[in-house]
Write a protein that binds this ligand. Structure first.
Ligand code: HEM
Length: 460
């Protein structure tokens, strides 16, 4: 879709008003049009359309990702940006990120198989890092496991990670046709709605159990000193029960896990796919890490600041494969003007970030993987030319966490192992269809521990 709409924009212009069924869509496809929109109308477009995922996964548009711009959204955003996500930067969280990555290195080292499927490994890693932040290690293992949930006739075992990946897949892969053609509602409840509701009930049950277990401290070894997000939010509930209800805590944790897991794992998978096709870049990153870190210790999260080329690789990956190539849909709350054109209230915004990242007027040879192009760019954003996390009020609150996890995990895996393609053929970089930019064929890589790291790896 991002490629097709890029072609349409090339033919008809960077600001287009389209109609899909009974809804109007504003398609923005250039950095200057995005700048005009976000600098003049960010608040007007800070609403979300009431699509099915907003109704079901967004609990009737009351969670952080789907709530309209207003008091509730501001509260949720403040709690997540000021009270939850900074946990990730606390000293003991730095250790837990390093710890989780070490577990992964150990698994790879002990695993006799040299061929590894990378996406499931990255999903586990990101999910574990999140769970460490939310509940602490002691309850992690049991919540990684599937729980049998009875839902009417159906009994299904599902884990929180499965809830996160499935809800993300439905949100980005299935079109809510009823929203665009309400007449279809006359045909009754759609299969999609049923699918969403069943899944959400399971997600809610899993989260309620998790919250209750943290509340009752029914897990052995939940360390008093190691305060974690859910515990912290339950403390806040005692002081301010109206703003920290169980529903709010449940919604916040679910939305952060769903929005953060697949997106982050997908970038890691793309980064590896690109590096396997460009061994010279892989070698350059490995040399940079060897020079700064050496071979008598593992990479630490604080080393990232001293590894500019590694950071360039991450930026270049996000430029080529922004996981949300149209952001999350925005909607205008009143009539406004964008780039001199009149845009009516209730218009859905589709900002083609992928088109902006591939604009030949901005980027030399845009389709080429060239991390060096970022050597002079200091910020993770490059004006409005690079915005994998969006911009303005609704931009991604997890961007710092995501960038840190991706860069650190990538660096550690390159530092400890040599990586190759499974065969001589280049890795197929075909993209899946849908609103998320995922790799179509799961990536498998061949990894061998580096002899210079053998000593350290054998001690984990
Ligand atoms: C590489 C990984 C990630 C990418 C590429 C990404 C990208 C995005 C994008 C493009 C948006 C929509 C911005 C808009 O609508 O204008 C977004 C929203 C959001 N992201 Fe991320 N994200 C990533 C990781 C994360 C992580 C790790 C978390 C949480 C820990 C997270 C939580 C959210 C939430 C809650 C929203 C909705 C914010 C709101 O509507 O106010 N994301 N993300």
């Amino acid at each position: 879709m991002h490629r097709t709409l890029f072609d349409i924009a090339n033919r008809h212009g960077p600001i287009l008003l389209l109609r899909l069924g009974c809804r109007r869509l504003l398609l923005i496809s250039s950095a200057s049009a995005a700048e005009d929109l976000f600098t003049k109308n960010d608040a007007v477009f800070a609403y979300r359309p009431k699509l099915l995922p907003a109704k079901v996964f967004g609990c009737n548009s009351t969670n952080l990702a789907w709530a309209p711009h207003g008091g509730l959204w501001r509260h949720l955003r403040r709690v997540s940006c000021l009270e939850i996500l900074p946990f990730h930067r606390l000293p003991d969280q730095r250790d837990s990120l390093a710890d989780e990555v070490k577990q992964l290195l150990r698994q790879l080292y002990c695993n006799n198989k040299v061929e590894v499927k990378l996406k499931p490994m990255f999903l586990d890693l990101v999910f574990n890092v999140m769970m460490r932040m939310f509940v602490g290690k002691s309850v992690l293992d049991s919540f990684r496991q599937k729980k049998k949930i009875e839902d009417g006739e159906e009994k299904e075992s599902i884990s929180l990670l499965e809830y996160a990946t499935r809800s993300f897949k439905i949100t980005t892969g299935d079109t809510d046709l009823v929203y665009f053609m309400p007449i279809l509602k006359l045909l009754g409840l759609t299969g999609l709605e049923q699918k969403c509701r069943q899944l959400q009930r399971k997600g809610d049950t899993l989260m309620d159990d998790l919250i209750n277990e943290v509340r009752n401290k029914s897990y052995d070894g939940l360390c008093e000193k190691e305060e974690k997000v859910i515990q912290f939010l339950l403390e806040r509930q005692k002081e301010d029960p109206k703003h920290y209800t169980d529903e709010i805590i449940r919604g916040l944790v679910l939305v952060l896990v769903s929005a953060g897991t697949d997106t982050t794992a997908a970038i890691l998978e793309w980064a590896f796919a690109l590096l396997l096709n460009h061994p010279e870049a892989l070698q350059k990153a490995q040399n940079e890490i060897d020079c700064y870190v050496g071979n008598d210790r593992f990479l630490e999260p604080s080393d990232i600041d001293h590894l500019p080329y590694l950071r360039c690789i991450v930026k270049e990956t996000m430029r080529l494969y922004p996981t949300a190539p149209f952001l999350v849909p925005h909607e205008s709350s009143k009539d406004c003007k964008v780039g001199g054109y009149w845009v009516p209230k209730g218009t859905i915004l589709m900002l083609n970030v992928w088109a902006i990242h591939n604009d030949p007027n901005t980027w030399k040879e845009p389709t080429k993987f060239n991390p060096e192009r970022f050597e002079d760019v200091v910020n993770e954003r490059d004006g409005f030319n690079l915005m994998p996390f969006g911009y303005g009020r609704r931009s991604c609150p997890g961007k710092h966490m995501a960038t840190r996890v991706i860069t650190f995990a990538l660096g550690s895996l390159i530092h400890c192992f040599n990586w190759e393609r499974v065969c001589n053929e280049m890795v197929d970089l075909t993209e899946q269809t849908g609103l998320a930019l995922f790799k179509d064929k799961p990536l498998t890589g061949v990894c061998h521990p580096r002899s210079m790291m053998d000593n350290l790896l054998s001690q984990i």
